[in-house]
Design a binder for this molecule. Structure first.
Ligand code: ATP
Length: 199
């Protein structure tokens, strides 16, 4: 699997729809300070489900929408779309091309799509868990995060190793199963109470 293209429309400094095509091999993005290089990476992080506005250098999520310039009015919505080449079927049960889209409106409403179909944030997160590409994975290393990893507590650093080893998915499933088990136990207790009342 590899990323084929990233389209930004109304996202941060990218007021106009802009598509960046990634070829095989290494891609470098060069430009003057403040020209939007980091915004491209933040667009990728955002479409993969980033929920922290702070991680995107904003105060609240709608801050990612183009805020206007001297010559242009602010926009009311933005969209980022990432297309992945999945011909190796690294993303299970998906087509050869996987397109992830995220939109947000000024009022805070947001939308996620997988291959053009409405999806939940959870579907996006699940799709990329343990692939090394998810929003919390370490395939995106931002400025300062190497130092952060070195200075982090052993428990936090363990998360990094777990993601790389591909066991995050199983930990999440275990936690979900535990919650379901506890709910089922509560239901059984309730049924026992009712049976006792009926006897
Ligand atoms: P550097 O080389 O200094 O790290 P860069 O090329 O990575 O810079 P970015 O940090 O990606 O540049 O872009 C910063 C620019 O994006 C600033 O000019 C800022 O005004 C603009 N910008 C950020 N958010 C928005 C927004 N919501 N609307 C309009 N412009 C924005």
């Amino acid at each position: 699997m590899r990323i084929k293209s990233l389209t930004l429309s109304g996202f941060k400094s990218f007021a106009d729809k802009t598509t960046i095509e990634f070829q095989d091999g290494l891609t470098g993005v060069v430009g003057p300070n403040g020209s939007g290089k980091s915004n491209i990476i933040e667009g990728l992080r955002w479409v993969l489900g980033e929920q922290s506005a702070k991680n995107l250098r904003g105060g609240k999520m709608p801050d990612v929408i183009f805020a206007g310039s001297q010559t242009r009015a602010p926009l009311n919505r933005c969209m980022v779309q990432a297309v992945f080449d999945n011909t190796d079927h690294y993303l299970k049960n998906q087509q050869d091309d996987v397109t992830i889209t995220r939109k947000i409106y000024r009022n805070g409403d947001s939308e996620y799509l997988i291959n053009g179909k409405q999806a939940r944030l959870r579907d996006i997160v699940d799709l990329f868990t343990d692939t090394g590409v998810g929003r919390e994975s370490f395939s995106i290393i931002s400025q300062g995060s190497v130092e952060e990893i070195f200075n982090s507590k052993p428990q936090d650093r363990r998360m990094l190793i777990e993601e790389a080893a591909g066991i995050v998915k199983y930990k999440k499933e275990k936690s979900k199963a535990k919650t379901e088990l506890s709910e089922t136990t509560d239901h059984l207790d309730r049924v026992s109470d009712i049976l006792l009342e009926l006897e």
